[in-house]
Ligand binder design. Structure first.
Ligand code: GUN
Length: 306
């Protein structure tokens, strides 16, 4: 039986360290880091994520701003608003919350961010530097995954790691970071043949493809470490029962909110793995902590502090 590998205690330690450093800079310079989130349209999940980022940055003593833009904004107007943030000296970090409405090219919007303010770590210059294994803002969720593995004492060198999912904000940058750490990485996706066979050879599995409870125990080698990046809503009580048994917290979720969250990994995997991250409370808090760490670093560099 494996352990549940919670991310929140580590995220709390990272945030406390960031808050302490921000307070020291404020004492010295009178300035605080500033983070701006660009939120286009009314995607419910995006609203929740952006609100969490705003609340967290305020807790750490940052100045935080949400730029809410209408769903029908055109690409030129959106890029102009991003360029205004690039010029704003009170703003050190800029993130464009994804996904954007379908008529907008997300990567054109991200490319309009000044790379020095790319605290999400998804600008083409940032990703290029990452591939070159040069100093760069590390993409937030992959950074969270790496910190969690390190904190749990998992060495990466020489290990077989299966990354399921090839998105530009998780799978691809994570594969690069793991390669930079000397892991042997297999990136799996919807066209991979014999996915359970490939994944079950891995010492470490990272699931990030957005399919609820898709990774079942037959995918996983006995004693593997499994990191679940997925966040999916389950509204069906029968499916929730199948996944979580009669867990009272899950029943309460369904009764109060009409949904409960499940990752890309079936909870039964914990019995076969050495460790599995829970959803919620696993990688999610570490993504936000990484964003705060990157924002403090952007502030430090832009203001020429040491
Ligand atoms: N949408 C889901 N996750 C993320 C993230 O880490 N950054 C941004 N910008 N959008 C997201």
């Amino acid at each position: 039986m494996g352990v549940w590998l919670a991310g929140k205690p580590l995220a709390d330690r990272i945030k406390a360290d960031v808050a302490k450093k921000a307070a020291e800079y404020k004492d010295r310079t009178g300035r605080t880091p500033g983070l701006a989130a660009v939120l286009v349209g009314d995607n419910k999940a995006s609203q929740v994520y952006v609100r969490t980022k705003e609340k967290t940055s305020q807790q750490l003593g940052f100045a935080s701003r949400i730029l809410k833009l209408p769903a029908d904004i055109d690409a030129r107007a959106l890029e102009e608003r991003i360029r205004e943030l690039n010029r704003d000296e009170d703003i050190d970090g800029i993130l464009v919350q994804l996904p954007l409405p379908g008529h907008l090219d997300p990567w054109a919007a991200v490319a309009a961010i000044d790379p020095r303010k790319d605290v999400d770590g998804i600008h083409p210059v940032t990703l290029g530097r990452l591939v070159q294994n040069q100093d760069a803002f590390k993409t937030c969720t992959p950074q969270g995954v790496l910190e969690l593995l390190k904190d749990f004492g998992v060495a990466l060198e020489g290990k077989n790691v299966a990354v399921i999912g090839r998105s530009l904000i998780v799978g691809k940058p994570l594969a690069v970071m793991l390669t930079n750490e000397n892991a042997t990485v297999t990136v799996c996706h919807s066209k991979t043949r014999d996915l359970p066979g490939v994944v079950s050879r891995a010492d470490i599995v990272v699931a990030a493809m957005g399919r609820p409870a898709f990774v079942t125990p037959d995918f996983v080698k006995e004693g593997a470490v499994v990191v679940d990046v997925g966040i999916n809503s389950v509204t069906d009580a029968r499916l929730a029962g199948e996944l979580f048994g009669d867990d009272p917290a899950r029943r309460k979720d369904l009764a109060d909110k009409g949904y409960t969250l499940v990752g890309d990994v079936h909870p039964a995997v914990v019995a076969k793995a050495a460790a599995l991250t829970p959803v919620p409370g696993g990688v999610g808090p570490l993504t936000v902590a990484a964003l705060m760490k990157n924002t403090l670093e952007a502030f430090r560099r832009l203001k020429g502090l040491d």
